[in-house]
Design a protein around this ligand. Structure first.
Ligand SMILES: C[S@@+](CC[C@H](N)C(=O)[O-])C[C@H]1O[C@@H](n2cnc3c(N)ncnc32)[C@H](O)[C@@H]1O
Length: 355
């Protein structure tokens, strides 16, 4: 059977393999748009038009993981709202909703919250899939999500079915090499994006904001042409190599496909524009501070290990992880990724306003 759970949080805890210690790539992306986020809030978040007696601003970070990135995001949003505070007739307080899947490591999240957050805002953990409602109607003034919506709500059904045209064979993700597989992923992505926006449209107050940061492809670029696509394909190759001595099996690999889909820019734009509850105030490709840097093998391996360990362990068992990533290290050392040849994912920044 394909992997049954639909929730694969980032590596928990705060050891050397945890997301906390291996999320600096995402942190750089967040830092890169900090000023843009601040300006967007200053220009688009009008406390008076929301309610002149408003005294509690409610902020939600959807798919917050374990930190520390979410804490930076929240702090930046709060500072920007405070800069606007001369608009407000009453002193402001902040309540922050940290959302992620129920099996996210919320204990580590709250245990590692910066001391400065106390007194700055009141925290609430919100377990649940952001593809459905997780918060009350009309309760959120500013929603945020970063590097999350490429995770689909489920594995597109047919991609693990050997009898389907959309079977993903021995590939372990949507690398865009098989047209029917790409189509199946695209269908799921379209459904999920609609559910995400519908849920947020219910939760965010009229005139409230939703900020989305993520990765997509420039139009025409395919996943297997990018360094990220190459790394995941190599992880698949390592799993196949491990089937020979029986550590994994070909049957298990045939039933494994990671539920992640990166859309092309115009595809993403189309999906969002179709949703009529928000106006799109901004949708831009933004530079990522590390985009022109050839990353070290060690950096890439640690990053992918923190992102993919949960789903790999659930499907192949805990015992494969160390060997898998050791093998990946050897593969990348013997055959380094040529960053000059690889095409690039891009980062996008979207600002939506609830009508
Ligand atoms: C790459 S991490 C990003 C974490 C953080 N936002 C950041 O920028 O560093 C993706 C996060 O999205 C969460 N996620 C994925 N699908 C989700 C869903 N359906 N509902 C809630 N969280 C989800 C994962 O559990 C994970 O914590």
């Amino acid at each position: 059977m394909p992997t049954s759970s639909h929730s694969y949080p980032m590596s928990s805890g705060d050891d050397q393999h945890s997301y906390i210690h291996n999320s600096s790539y995402q942190k750089s992306g967040i830092d890169g748009i900090e000023e843009k986020t601040r300006r967007c809030i200053l220009e688009n978040f009008d406390l008076l038009s929301l309610n002149c007696n408003l005294s509690t601003i409610r902020i939600a970070d959807f798919g917050c993981s374990t930190g520390p990135n979410t804490f930076h995001v929240v702090q930046n949003i709060i500072e920007a709202v405070k800069e606007n505070r001369e608009n407000s007739l009453v002193p402001l307080e902040f309540q922050v909703f940290f959302n992620d899947q129920p099996n996210n490591d919320f204990n580590t999240l709250f245990r590692t919250q910066p001391p400065s957050s106390k007194g700055e805002y009141f925290s609430v953990g919100v377990p649940g899939s952001f593809y459905g409602r997780v918060l009350p109607r009309n309760s959120i003034h500013i929603g945020h999500t970063s590097y999350t919506t490429h995770w689909l709500s489920e594995i597109p059904e047919n991609v693990c079915d050997k009898n389907s045209l959309a079977w993903n064979k021995y590939y372990i993700h949507c690398n865009n090499l098989l047209e029917d597989v790409t189509k199946a992923y695209k269908v799921q992505f379209t459904k999920d994006m609609k559910s995400f926006l519908e849920a947020r449209a219910n939760e965010i107050v009229p005139q409230g904001l939703m900020i989305v940061l993520g990765q997509c492809f420039p139009d025409g670029v395919l996943h297997f042409e990018t360094w990220q696509g190459v790394v995941v394909d190599r992880i698949g190759d390592c799993l196949m190599d491990m089937a020979k001595p029986g550590v994994t099996s070909e049957e298990a690999i045939e039933l494994f496909s990671i539920p992640v889909y990166f859309p092309q820019f115009s595809e993403l734009k189309r999906e969002i524009e179709q949703h009529k509850s928000f106006t799109m105030e901004m949708m831009e490709i933004v530079s990522h501070p590390l985009e022109d840097i050839a990353l070290s093998n060690e950096f890439m391996i640690s990053m992918f290990r923190a992102i993919l360990s949960t789903i790999i362990i659930e499907h192949f068992g805990e015992g494969v992880i160390d060997e898998l990533f050791d093998r990946l290290a050897k593969k990348l050392a013997n055959d380094p990724i040529d960053f000059k040849v690889c095409k690039k994912h891009v980062n996008y920044f979207i600002l939506l306003k609830r009508k």
